[in-house]
Design a protein around this ligand. Sequence first.
Ligand SMILES: NC(=O)c1ccc[n+]([C@@H]2O[C@H](COP(=O)([O-])OP(=O)(O)OC[C@H]3O[C@@H](n4cnc5c(N)ncnc54)[C@H](O)[C@@H]3O)[C@@H](O)[C@H]2O)c1
Length: 485
Amino acid sequence: MRQVRTLGLLGTGVIGGGWAARALHFGIDVLAADVKPEMEQWIRGAVANAEGALARLTFAPLPPKGRLSFTTDLHAMARQADFIQENIPEQLELKRRVLADVSRHAAPDVVIASSTSGLMPSDLQRDVQAPERVLVAHPFNPVYLLPLVELVGGRQTSEAAMEAAQRFFTYIGMHPLRVRREVPGHLTDRLQEALWREILHMVNEDVATTGELDDSIVYGPGLRWAAMGTNLIYHLAGGETGMRHMLRQFGPCLKWPWTKLEAPELTEALIDKMVAGTQAQAAGRSIRELERLRDDCLVAIQQVLKQYNIGAGATLRSLEERLYGEAGADARRKLEHAPAAASAGPLRMLETQVRPEWIDYNGHMTDSRYLQVFGDATDALFRSAGIDDAYRKSGGAMYTVETHVKHHAEARALERLYVTTQVLDCDDKRVRVRHSLHRGRDDAQVASAEQLYLHVNTAAGKAAPMPETVRARLAPAPASQARPG
Ligand SMILES: NC(=O)c1ccc[n+]([C@@H]2O[C@H](COP(=O)([O-])OP(=O)(O)OC[C@H]3O[C@@H](n4cnc5c(N)ncnc54)[C@H](O)[C@@H]3O)[C@@H](O)[C@H]2O)c1
């Protein structure tokens, strides 16, 4: 299957908009197709709306944003896309017809994935040309912040298509969960529906309001679920003997009629109660306002989980590791192709962009972001010398000892920036570097910084000599050994 540079979207509603925002953020071009021309304005608004939260998700150096284009010509989209994600309404016959039509215009090595919440891939691939590239990739709203995507293959889906999809979704920061066997509703919606059915029963029978039922999750199990799922949590609830004890103690309750398998009838009275309940919970706040609040919380939660390398935080951590790794590899390539090492002259270490939320009340990049950009440039330099995650795990690290920043000009929102870096001195424990931050459009120097780093043995918590290989890559070469210019 081919490498994905352009993601084609089929249907650009809530889910199509979410896919677009995520893919663009991680440097993939998006060609969005919808039968309704007015959806162009909608999807551009959806992408703009997601930008604030997405930009706060990670400060790791990102590739340049992808470009968004829109068409009502589904065939043209299929001809140009390297990967197609379908997000049209949840109707089997409609999806079947549109997928079959689009597949005749897409090369056979283009994966076609459906966002369907519950339809089975074998049913979707029936009339498609080259059905082995069709699969389900079920995301969760908001697609741009939740990493889970359920990957489900149908009877005809090839392993190559599943692997290609897994690679692509991992690349755009997701956690692909391979579902072993296709079942209606996949895994997550089956679980969510069970909960929702009980909610509908309890509201119907006036046992609780929608707000009380949400409280029953938000103040309790919901907090646990972000880090550990129901099974691991129940294992803990069973004491020393874990799940075995838990099942022995609470297993009999499963046979008592706590829950109901049949959904209640959706009468007008029940619908009214559900609507009135959620409107009371919204307390006058618009959907957009609530979305922003939800998104801020989702970003904050993932950042906390990242510290513990668990759940969605582990996904974020490995994404960042890759992004920093790519910045380091880029720096290493530059070092190898440069006429001299970073020690012999400044090298372009980092390309970035002033993100909108980096701006202060004067409309310029705010102080703390200068440190971040210089820190990212240093990180790229050190990685190019071999100081990466594996190196840190082995017990060595560079600690910042001093930083001096001088500001020379302003940088505004969305301005392209680059940093050049030079090693000024390096002995067996210390490295002193100078960074220069420039605007991409006119090369004007925006700021400069000098930083001193100390090599430490992290277990001992003390300065320690760096290995000769690392030092040799960082240290200014004697003039006689300098590479030819
Ligand atoms: N909304 C969710 O929370 C959610 C979550 C996960 C998955 N999904 C799944 O994603 C899919 C889309 O859901 P949604 O909520 O974005 O729906 P939506 O109604 O917001 O968007 C559907 C879009 O498809 C377009 N469309 C309709 N017919 C089309 C056609 N023939 N060709 C091209 N475009 C067409 C519509 O104009 C609309 O813009 C569904 O399969 C749904 O089950 C939804």
